[in-house]
Design a protein around this ligand. Structure first.
Ligand SMILES: [Mn+2]
Length: 347
């Protein structure tokens, strides 16, 4: 990893025209990591003698208001060159997820893939796949390893990627390092409150109506261990919502007591389905997503399905049951042991 990391740094140093591309239908981590990397490169690798052209690309029809705040004035999708020295993909688990900018990625002299998805297909020459909460956290760690300057603005972007990819530090690959980074930011007195409110207490009415619609469809399987919800593109249009407004809705399934796998299936215009999976406890859904033709993280995964909802459900629920069978329902864990202050609970 260090060797490829060194090559990554020297490629950035030696490249004058750099294209940074994130995955299609971008989330906050994808967008924040692009802007953060551009800032890190500008701050640490350029001066009057070494100016670099750094262009950002994302295949997206629209970016919602919450995520637009990340982009705020940063130019996107302005192809200024046809011969990039270096293309860096961020937060992108597979080549196809680069969407229409895949060709641009391939055309660069050197390619780097920086990501944190365990299912990453390693489609670049240099693949740097980190076991981190987010791609933003991976960038912060790279910057730290090489003693780079990390501005307050970069910290805010990194924090945004971390909290959104972990559903506010409740799921995903959260390590001592994740907490250390946040501690460093608190010590630097970076105001994180406004970011928390922006990303977690800022839902539009449209999103609330869409959630209502999804909760209306809620059904349970496998002895209430699986929660299944569905939406259609028409529901999204009816609620005056966007595709990004569907993010996070699936989490409401795992918030239910006893539910270990939550599913949200969104019917597309062409009658195919975009399906999100979430799990909690020891239950892992990444391999279920892979078996269904997708991928992702242990507890956050997704796939695309062409076919009937009933067929998809049958296959998916069967795979979920297999996974759940590996994890017998546990007795309720004692969270707070007060036997040190009371001799016995029974009189
Ligand atoms: Mn991510």
């Amino acid at each position: 990893m260090i060797h490829s990391l060194e090559k990554c740094i020297s490629d950035i140093k030696n490249s004058n025209k750099i294209a940074i591309i994130c995955h299609t239908v971008p989330d906050a981590d994808a967008l924040a990591s692009m802007v953060a990397l551009k800032k890190i490169i500008k701050q640490n690798f350029t001066d009057e003698n070494n100016t670099k052209q750094i262009d950002l690309f994302v295949d997206a029809d629209e970016i919602n208001d919450v995520n637009s705040a990340i982009i705020n004035g940063v130019e996107l999708n302005n192809l200024k060159s046809t011969d990039y020295d270096l293309a860096i993909s961020l937060d992108c688990a597979s080549f196809s997820r680069l969407g229409k900018y895949g060709e641009l990625f391939k055309s660069a002299k050197n390619t780097i893939n920086i990501d944190h998805h365990v299912t990453n297909e390693k489609f670049a020459e240099n693949n740097l796949i980190f076991a981190t909460s987010s791609t933003c956290e991976a960038l912060y760690r790279i910057a730290k390893i090489y003693n780079m300057e990390i501005s307050d603005e970069v910290c805010k972007l990194v924090y945004s990627g971390i909290i959104t990819d972990t559903n506010n530090l409740t799921q995903g690959t959260i390590t001592v390092n994740t907490h250390k980074i946040i501690t460093e930011m608190v010590q630097r007195r970076i105001s994180l409150d406004a970011l928390n409110e922006h990303f977690f207490k800022n839902n539009t009415k449209s999103k609330a109506y869409l959630l209502k619609q999804a909760l209306d469809s809620l059904t349970f399987y496998a002895g209430d261990r699986i929660a299944f919800m569905k939406l259609t593109k028409q529901d999204i249009a009816d609620c005056n919502a966007t595709v990004e407004d569907t993010y996070g809705i699936v989490n409401h399934g795992t918030e239910i007591k006893g539910v270990e796998i939550a599913v949200l299936a969104i019917k597309q215009e062409d009658n195919s389905y975009q399906v999100s999976l979430r799990s909690k406890g020891d239950v892992i859904v990444s391999q279920i997503a892979v078996a269904m033709g997708g991928g992702g993280h242990d507890q956050v995964a997704a796939f695309h399905y062409e076919g009937l909802l009933s067929d998809m459900k049958e296959k998916l629920i069967a795979l979920c049951r297999e996974e759940l069978a590996k994890h017998p329902e546990k007795d309720k864990e004692v969270l707070f042991d007060n036997s040190d202050v009371e001799e016995t609970n029974e009189k």
